[in-house]
Design a protein around this ligand. Sequence first.
Ligand code: ARG
Length: 475
Amino acid sequence: MTEGQGAPRQASPLWAGRLAEKPGREAFAFQASIAVDRRLAQDDIAGSRAHVAMLGARGIVPAETAEALDAELARISGELESGALEIDPRAEDIHSFVEGVLTARLGDRGRAVHAGRSRNDQVALDTRLYLRRVLPELRAELARTVSVLLDRAEEHAGSVMPGYTHLQRAQPVSLGHWLCAWACALSRDRERLGDALGRLDECPLGSGALAGSTLPLDREAVAKALGFRRPSLNSMDSVADRDFALEIAAACAIIQTHLSRFCEDIVIWSSEEWGFVDLGEAWSTGSSIMPQKKNPDFAELIRGKAGRSVGNLVTLLKGLPYAYDKDLQEDKEALFDSLDTAQSCLRIFRGMAAAARFDTGRMEAACAGGFLEATDAAEYLVKKGMPFRRAHETVAVIVRDCIAAGQRGIAQRSLEELRAYSPLFGEDLYPALSPRQAVRARDLPGGPDSGELKRQIGVLREKLGDGPGASAHGV
Ligand code: ARG
């Protein structure tokens, strides 16, 4: 290999000394990970800088070597940033690439960098550093999305609509209540990522291949220099385990599942039959053949992407012998895809949700005719002293009789008729049956009443300011 400035020619693999024969080009490329882990370049360099500073401080390499390595690493970082140095796609992985550049430029001093470490602890570190960088961004996307949903919920605190179970009209709620429910789910997702950030806050460097090192490494100093709370506890666990990746992939799969459900509602609501929402032209696409079409492609695509995020999670799940196995290399492609997918979906979902025009008149009209007031009638009887099961049966018979008579609501029956079912019914029943009153009367914590809803919105807004993990890692 030529030494001196510039990028190296394709270096031989770091492990070339052991094998008389090398894998062929296709086989080598098959096991390489540079195409995926290239995004860890700056994290790899940050880890290496902390490592060489420690090697110098501990006298494992001469101070002059440590300084030269650090200066060169800083230079490589800047050159990658500016584009002056390009990552060689023929390198095996990002760790090999950086070490290769150091060796090409610094000769034996470059060869000193890997003392006391392995790519196994390096990659565990790099992935954590990367996650520590990007998770706050994803949490910020969630915060912004929750905030848009809460604005819209506030706007629609008084917009009455049917609530559904089994996609059948159930009880009146408000659109604001519905939107706030979505905000609750995404707010938990944000907390989940905060929890995961807290748990990955341990530095694996110094774990070596699996059993640490005989060199007098200073793991505390490296952990501190890299801003970790502490070094990881067990070297085997540190290189073998990927639960930090798993739980983040799981958190992303949950985000996508949430978005998928919201988008399913949006797709249904935007249909002519429902007509609850108009996504606007900027958030729709047309058809190549049917001139009249305005399709909710964005919502459908977000729904569709849940599958790949769940797939990514499954990719990471398998029983492997301890400690490191090459299978673990597969973690990054899946994890990065889940993070990218969550980020882009949240951004698109947010834009779509902000622009959606809800047809509140149509929503309120849909509260009539489906006997959404039946539970209210039953609870009316309970308040008058009837056991709930009897009240349920009584109202069920009324509903059946109304349907048989072609009536679309309990209020279409006169008080006299209703008294035939129960003498407990009185004039005050009728106001209790209106959808607006049904919403207003549900003012328990969690309910749709607009005052109560405003409290829920306030709680979620407050959380956006200081959710778990917020203080340690921003956002
Ligand atoms: N590219 C590898 C990964 O992503 C780095 C660790 C390789 N270690 C090894 N012993 N082959 O997991």
